[in-house]
Ligand binder design. Structure first.
Ligand code: PEP
Ligand code: MG
Length: 588
């Protein structure tokens, strides 16, 4: 019987990339381009036609937005969906529309030029405003402006995806990924991006297979081409032959069977054959994921990336709105706990600053940005506290790189508690506060850092990036992004041992936790729990339940002495073989 390796050795119609989200999909390609629209400033003769083109483009934009609004209301809660309602209202603004029409008549320039110029004027005023709310509205208006211009130019717009397609794009932002996922996207293929870029993480969360970092898939795949996306091995097959199709249809079938078998593990514990239990928590990156968490058999939510709310909403919700979101979340997950990470903005997530930072991943990110904007942090902390009456919420601080940051954040949390007490509001006075360890400085001084807090969670996605000086989203250096490097695993060992010295629990919530190959190693390092995309929990559970903790510890001790990632991986592969434990891609 043919194996994946046989298929790829022979295939001339393959494109190699990075396996970013597992799964096998056969479908039609949809080339998604976000090219900057060229605006024509041409003079026009036919004013009436220009005006009717404008009316038509606005009507079309409204229709599209109405559709998105309907989907948003189905997939998200009311508060989040309201953003699209607000956008629709702008399309109905008579002052704006009258002014555009008046200028078309008087200046006799193309409507796309007038639309661009007129809406840009509004945006500039908003960006200059001191209120962050107004600044954020400027971004929404950009979306509407682009939509009208695109419709004036009669170009295709992503919201028109109506049937099941595979989106092929040069890059995808986290916001694109969420937006496109609202449509019927079967899989993602991108030219650029790395395994732990946030777009890839969201794909995994949404259970949408993805191959990223292909360099030139958009040059090799045409619209409507039939393609196969293999999110296990990181390949795309273009215009497959009948025998290739037959092979992948078979694999898909077996994968679905495996998923059904794994459902039986839902209520079983993640316990090794010699009795060590590891708690498995879920990472939540999109609101629709909560239901998957409930059905995945997770012990709770180990990482709630709260900044996803901003991506979905496109704005900062106020204290009441945030309280509604967190309270609903806490009740839905009760009696389990949810660890809410305060907004981790910056890097490749949610644009907040009006200017481009030269090195966003080394810039105003995570806790740094929050401490620069204490009002924003306070609003969120108050909302989290007010939602904590059932005592099942924990709070986590991202991107901590100094002890001072922890102390300042804790001071703000104390202030919020004091205020709420004065207001006679109910909250969990003993709410646990933890930190992410994802920056080398925090790793080096893990004992001192962990002493200041109630728990620690290791964020390997960033830790690897900062430790190896390699951008987590850049496919040009993805060969240096080595989660299995002895450098990384010795650092993990140091963090875990040092945190244990201060008697604090330590978890790991980076994507490494979802890699079945890493499982025996993470077990052997002595982690108390892991947090991963909910859809990967059954796979992790299956591996843990086949492992022997004592053997895993011996394996880890050996790995720690190796000098290269290849040697570490070879040792682990050997461990799987010797102990007759199979990984998903070997089963299907
Ligand atoms: C991490 O860095 O490992 C992490 C979990 O946080 P994020 O991926 O959101 O940066
Ligand atoms: Mg991180």
């Amino acid at each position: 019987m043919k194996t994946f390796k046989d298929i790829y050795r022979q295939a001339e119609n393959k494109i190699a990339g990075i396996a970013a989200a597992p799964g096998i999909i056969i479908g039609e390609a949809y080339l998604y381009t976000k090219e900057k629209l060229q605006i024509s400033k041409a003079d026009i003769d036919d004013i009436e036609k220009a005006k009717s083109d404008l009316v038509e483009a606005i009507a079309k934009s409204k229709k599209e937005l109405n559709k998105i609004f309907t989907i948003a209301r189905e997939k998200m809660d009311e508060i989040r969906a309201a953003i699209f309602e607000a956008q629709l209202m702008i399309l109905d603004d008579p002052i704006l529309l009258d002014e555009i029409t008046r200028r078309i008549e008087s200046e006799k320039k193309s409507p796309e030029y007038i639309v661009d110029d007129e809406i840009s004027k509004y945006q500039s005023k908003m960006i200059l405003s001191h209120e962050s709310y107004m600044k954020e509205r400027a971004l929404d208006i950009e979306d509407i402006k682009q939509r009208i211009i695109r419709n004036l130019q009669k170009k295709r717009w992503e919201s028109k995806i109506e049937h099941n397609v595979i989106v092929v794009s040069d890059t995808l932002t986290p916001a694109d990924t969420i937006l496109l996922s609202r449509n019927k996207v079967l899989a993602f293929v991108t030219d650029h991006g790395g395994l732990t870029s946030h777009a890839a993480i969201i794909s995994r969360s949404l259970n949408i297979p993805a191959v990223v970092g292909t360099h030139n898939a958009t040059g090799q795949i045409k619209d409507n081409d039939e393609i196969i996306v293999d999110g296990f091995y990181g390949y795309v097959i273009v215009k497959p032959s009948d025998s290739q199709k037959e092979f992948f249809i078979g694999k898909r079938k077996r994968l679905l069977e495996l998923q059904r078998d794994l459902e039986e593990l839902k209520d079983e514990k993640a316990v090794t054959v010699d009795g060590r239990e590891i708690k498995l928590f879920a990472n939540v990156d999109v609101s629709g994921e909560i239901e998957i968490v409930i059905t995945s058999g997770a012990n709770g939510i180990g990482l709630y990336r709260s900044e996803q709310i901003l991506n979905e909403l496109g704005e900062f919700p106020n204290e009441d709105e945030q309280t509604t979101i967190y309270s609903k979340l806490a009740s839905r997950i009760y009696p389990h706990t949810v660890t809410i990470r305060v907004f981790d903005i910056g890097g490749d997530k949610f644009r907040f600053l009006d200017f481009e930072e030269p090195n966003p991943f080394l810039g105003l990110r995570g806790i740094r940005l929050l401490l620069e904007n204490p009002a924003m942090l306070k609003t969120q902390v108050r909302a989290i506290l007010k939602s904590s009456t059932n005592k099942n919420i924990k709070m986590m601080l991202p991107m901590v790189s100094t002890l001072k940051e922890i102390r300042e954040a804790k001071k703000i949390i104390q202030e919020c508690k004091k205020e709420l007490k004065a207001e006679k509001a109910k909250f969990d006075e003993d709410i646990e506060v933890g930190i992410m360890i994802e920056v080398p400085s925090a790793a080096v001084m893990a004992k001192d850092f962990s002493r200041e807090v109630d728990f620690v969670s290791i964020g390997t996605n960033d830790l690897v990036q900062y430790l190896m000086a390699v951008d987590r989203g850049n496919d040009l250096v993805s060969n240096l992004y080595q989660e299995f490097s002895p450098v990384v695993i010795n650092t993990l060992k140091h963090i875990i041992d040092e945190t244990k010295k201060s008697k604090k629990p330590v978890s790991l919530c980076g994507e490494m936790a979802a890699d079945t190959l890493a499982m025996p190693l993470l077990l052997g390092l002595g982690l108390d729990s892991l947090s991963m995309s909910p859809s990967t929990i059954p796979y992790a559970k299956r591996i843990i339940r086949s492992c022997d903790y004592k053997k895993a510890k011996r394996l880890t001790a050996q790995c720690l002495k190796m000098q290269s990632e290849d040697e570490v991986k070879a040792l682990i592969e050997d461990f799987f073989k010797k102990n007759k434990i199979t990984r998903t891609r070997q089963i299907i």
